[in-house]
Design a protein around this ligand. Structure first.
Ligand SMILES: [Cu+2]
Length: 322
């Protein structure tokens, strides 16, 4: 789905469920200090509801779709806090999982901050700073212990989303995101991470076309920061096999994500078409250390039985700068 078709829609989060799940003691009695409750909380926010038009046929081009839409000032899970995990999903009103076996596909959703500089996509510092994204594979972000993505009280979040539909009836769904976060003094003890988005095209429109057969597309980015990369995940479309991140300066392979298609029944539609069902991320403290000036290369490999338009090859992750 191209940004040429970008349409604007203002939407608000309409349903929020919050629960505190755990109080983790950060100092034991053996330390001689007072045990302090570092409240790790989870909160699920539903963005929507949004209705996806019906499919008109069996092929990709005939699927129903919202096209790219932008939702401004979406709800954040917390303020003055550190987010440690983000788990995206697509659900129906009653909470049931919504996936291509019943029609809906979370083609993509990106949460960003407009007007804030992005680490990789400079554009004169205008951003958007891309904080988190998901495709239909719904790979959760889980940062290693000790790290968090900071949310300040003045931060404003917006979301670009594109939802598709394999079913021949329209579907109404929510993008549901479960956030895990830490507040208070415990949050200040975490090391903040900076989101990074590397892709094989460009930062304004990350789509490209692949012919039938095997093709690998690569792109390089010269790092402007030093630090520890603690998380990397990959996003490919139908026909994608692997997406690899390498430090071309040192020769070190940082992460290779190999995707699985149709791994569970909800990722197979009624015509037997499969979509990517998992893309296991790389998590570590650190995954790799990077120095300013190092050249990072992302390589997206596709093996397609027929040509595909508007596919993607994106690696997103988080780096603790130092
Ligand atoms: Cu995509």
């Amino acid at each position: 789905m191209s940004l040429r078709r970008l349409t604007l829609a203002v939407a608000a989060a309409v349903a929020v469920a919050g629960t505190a799940v755990a109080g983790i003691p950060v100092a034991s009695a053996a330390d001689g200090g007072e045990p302090q409750a570092a409240m790790t909380e989870t909160r699920t926010i539903r963005y929507g509801p949004w209705t996806i038009p019906a499919a008109t046929g069996h092929t990709h081009d005939e699927m129903g779709g919202t096209g790219n839409r932008l939702a401004f000032n979406i709800e954040k899970p917390c303020t003055d806090c550190m987010v440690t995990a983000i788990k995206p999903n697509l659900v129906y009103e009653d909470g049931r999982n919504a996936n291509i076996n019943t029609g809906p596909m979370l083609h993509h959703a990106v949460i960003g901050q407009l007007g804030e500089p992005d680490l990789v996509c400079r554009l004169g510092g205008l951003g958007p700073k891309r904080l988190f994204s998901s495709g239909n594979e719904r790979t959760p972000v889980t940062l290693p212990a000790g790290y968090g993505l900071r949310i300040d009280s003045g931060d404003r979040w917006s979301m670009v989303y594109d939802l598709m539909n394999h079913a021949h009836q329209e579907r109404t769904v929510y993008i549901s995101i479960e956030y895990t976060y830490v507040t208070g003094p415990a949050a200040r003890r975490l090391t903040p991470v900076t989101p990074m988005w590397l892709d094989v095209v460009s930062c304004l429109n990350p789509t490209f076309d692949v012919p039938a057969g095997e093709v690998t597309r690569t792109k390089r980015w010269k790092s402007t920061v030093s630090g520890e990369i603690v998380y990397l995940k990959g996003h490919l479309h139908h026909g994608g096999r692997t997406i690899t991140t390498t430090n071309a300066t040192t020769g070190q392979r940082l992460c290779e994500v190999t995707v699985v298609s149709g791994g569970t029944p909800e990722y197979i539609d009624e015509h037997g078409n499969k979509e990517i069902s998992s893309a296991p991320p790389c998590i570590g403290a650190p995954v790799a250390t990077v120095r300013r000036g190092d050249v990072l290369e992302v390589a997206a490999r596709y093996v397609a039985d027929h040509p595909h338009e508007d596919v993607m090859g994106i690696v997103t992750g988080y780096i603790a700068e130092r």
